[in-house]
Design a protein. Sequence first.
Length: 195
Amino acid sequence: MVAPFDATEFRRALGYLPTGVTVITTTGRFGQPVGMACNSFVSVSLQPPLVMFCAGNGSATLIDLRESGRFCVNILGADQGQLCRRFSVKDVDRFAGVPWTGSAAGPQLCDAIAWMSCAIEAEHVAGDHVIVIAQVNGLRVNEDAAAPLVFHRGGFGSFSAAADPVAATAAPPRRGAGAGASVLSTATRTASWRP
Ligand SMILES: Cc1cc2nc3c(=O)[nH]c(=O)nc-3n(C[C@H](O)[C@H](O)[C@H](O)COP(=O)(O)O)c2cc1C
């Protein structure tokens, strides 16, 4: 099990874990919209509502995030792979042609599927990244949203609920088997990857 590895192999192995994708946005020092693609965004705490993401310590966005103290998390939908790529490359106007509206936290990308307004609470240096922890003070979801964008092994796909194989093959509960038998037919959701 234990084998030596280099950075490329480490990155490749991490790619086996599918993640959602966000664009973290804020307002820059000159009032300009700023944002970067980010798949390290996760929830931390429900009470109080805390989230976190990791920013590379060379990230230009991180400088503006620190200055502003606030950001907007834009959770991307299935058809926003190209948009995500755009927010990961240097020396382009990432917002050109992208519909967005201003908010106190940062730009809200109009076609995202959910948005959260966040205030930075803490930063922790971790290797070549910085862990940014923030409190969520507002949110909105698109109830009609299509599927989310999923990042996996360097490519983009989406999510669709699969039939539950356990429920499909479960025998009907034995007479008198009691409440425990119903556990077998409890629906679960599994992700299927569409490259
Ligand atoms: C799918 C995807 C996910 C990414 N996730 C992160 C991340 O979690 N943290 C990070 O620092 N960079 C992440 N990146 C890379 C940044 O978006 C990229 O380095 C960008 O150029 C940073 O912009 P900045 O230097 O203007 O801040 C990701 C890129 C892609 C394509």
